[in-house]
Design a protein. Structure first.
Length: 287
């Protein structure tokens, strides 16, 4: 079963904008040493939409090789083109990924039937187990709980990442037995209290050990400890979204010496005011 603390890994870049594979290796090693249960490269936090198909293959392949079977790798393979998503999923399989995280097709705004057909085709033709990814704040389309329930009967669809709020996640868990992963760090413990199996986390880029402890406590039913960790992490979770993800996370990782601060346009460095607040948040956590 897909469960635990999974990191939505940033993609480190050199100053010229190319992928920094040396730093990528180090990030994977650090995450695994910190107890992270799975690595998710080339998702939203990994700036997948500004990576070429070749770069996405190279990043996934490098993460797989560095992880070397120590933890599973779930490659982001979403696109607003079904044809492209199938091709990216096949590439991820060729790179050695264990499963694919597939975001709803953005910009096109398909109907629920269109979403069903999109995911069914990827599951049938992509060659990897599929984790649905519902994040309407990014894509302008919502995967309805009823559609998720339909998709739960499609062979090869193995879980869903819910980032559409508690109401949507609750309905999904009530309608079908598809494992749910939280896609919003602020809701990890609340969603797990309803039955979610873990989180695909942004803040785990910065504090992987704390996120692991939070998720482990929830999985064991130790809700007092889970709540304590939830409230301890809350200020940093908020900080990670003061500007568009992954701008704050990358800024803080750069200050920690884990990666460079470069993000690809149209993203840019945080404003001076936000940068100052991020440094204050880091001091609060001793980063």
């Amino acid at each position: 079963m897909i469960r635990g603390s999974l990191v939505a890994l940033v993609t480190p870049f050199l100053r010229d904008g190319s992928v920094d594979f040396k730093r990528l290796d180090a990030l994977v090693d650090w995450q695994i040493a910190s107890g992270t249960d799975g690595i998710v490269p080339c998702g939203t936090t990994g700036e997948a939409v500004t990576l070429s198909a070749t770069e996405r293959f190279q990043v996934v392949q490098r993460v797989v090789r560095r992880a070397h079977g120590r933890v599973p790798v779930f490659a982001g393979t979403g696109s607003n083109s079904t044809e492209a998503a199938v091709a990216l999923t096949r590439d991820a399989r060729r790179a050695g990924a264990d499963a694919a995280l597939v975001v709803t097709p953005y910009y096109n705004k398909p109907s629920q039937q269109g979403l069903f057909l999109h995911y069914r085709r990827i599951a049938r033709e992509g060659g990897l187990p599929i984790v649905l990814y519902n994040v309407p704040s990014r894509t302008a389309v919502t995967l309805a709980p009823e559609t998720t329930a339909r998709l739960s009967g499609v062979r090869g669809i193995v879980a869903t990442k819910e980032a559409a709020g508690m109401d949507s996640a609750s309905k999904v868990m009530g309608l079908c037995g598809l494992p749910v992963l939280c896609g919003d760090d602020a809701l990890t413990v609340p969603m797990m209290a309803l039955g979610a199996q873990g989180v695909i986390s942004v803040v785990a880029n910065l504090l992987p050990g704390m996120v692991k402890a939070e998720v482990s406590a929830a999985l064991k039913g130790n809700w007092l400890e889970a709540r304590v960790m939830h409230f301890r992490l809350q200020p940093l979770v908020e900080a990670c979204f003061w500007e568009s993800n992954p701008i704050p996370a990358k800024f803080m990782l750069a200050r920690m010496g884990k990666t460079g601060p470069t993000v690809r346009e149209p993203l840019c460095a945080p404003s001076p005011a936000v940068a100052k607040r991020l440094l204050e948040a880091m001091r609060l956590f001793g980063l």
